[in-house]
Design a protein around this ligand. Structure first.
Ligand code: SF4
Length: 196
């Protein structure tokens, strides 16, 4: 078996495992498990919090309004979403979109780690407080950490605001979350370009 088919086989096995997972209580209220999607072997992996209503219905990550905004943010600096891999810390929707519990994050984290091990991104982006907490074990703090490069297990990690937060913030003034995100995504693009 070729290296590529071994790789695809390993990914498929992981997907099959996640699809039937009942390791935490979120399995009881989900419609569809949202595993993640994108290019395997991508240089860039974006990690959000968990599925929302649209994602739970479709089984795909970042397809609702926040996802559409994320696509626009990426395309503004010519990052093609199809060339990235996108996943969430938890794969099943928390009821009423509440923040995932620590126990849920820990239960699901093994899958995210397995995805990262397979994709082998050169850069990780943590979108919002939940992935920031998962990767850096800090509570809150996206406002403090955003835009500052960190490292997770040797992989450069950039914390950024979650696009759903940006949807609630109208201002584009200097220092506003939207303007800061524009700076962050340009920073991200520059680092990506320097990989090549
Ligand atoms: S959130 Fe993760 S750990 Fe919990 S049931 Fe879904 S897939 Fe399993």
């Amino acid at each position: 078996m070729s290296r590529e088919s071994n790789y695809n086989q390993a990914y498929k096995e992981l997907e099959d495992k996640i699809k039937i997972c009942e390791k935490c209580g979120l399995c009881k209220t989900r419609n569809k498990v949202v595993i993640g999607e994108g290019k395997l072997n991508s240089s860039l992996m974006l990690v959000g919090e968990g599925p929302g209503e649209d994602e739970d219905r479709t089984g795909r990550p970042f397809v609702g309004r926040a996802g559409q905004l994320l696509d626009r943010i990426l395309s503004a600096v010519k990052i093609d979403r199809q060339e990235t891999y996108i996943a969430n810390v938890v794969k099943c929707r928390p009821p009423e979109n509440r923040t995932p519990l620590q126990s849920e994050m820990l239960a699901c984290g093994e899958f995210l780690e397995a995805q990262i091990a397979l994709v082998k991104p050169k850069i990780l982006v943590a979108l919002g407080n939940t992935p920031l907490k998962f990767f850096l074990r800090v509570n809150g703090g996206i406002t403090k950490f955003r835009g500052q490069w960190q490292t997770w297990r040797g992989i450069p990690l950039l914390p950024m605001f979650h696009p759903s937060y940006l949807l609630r913030e109208e201002s584009r003034a200097v220092g506003s979350p939207k303007e800061l995100t524009w700076r962050d995504v340009k920073n991200l693009k520059s680092r990506l370009d320097n990989l090549n």
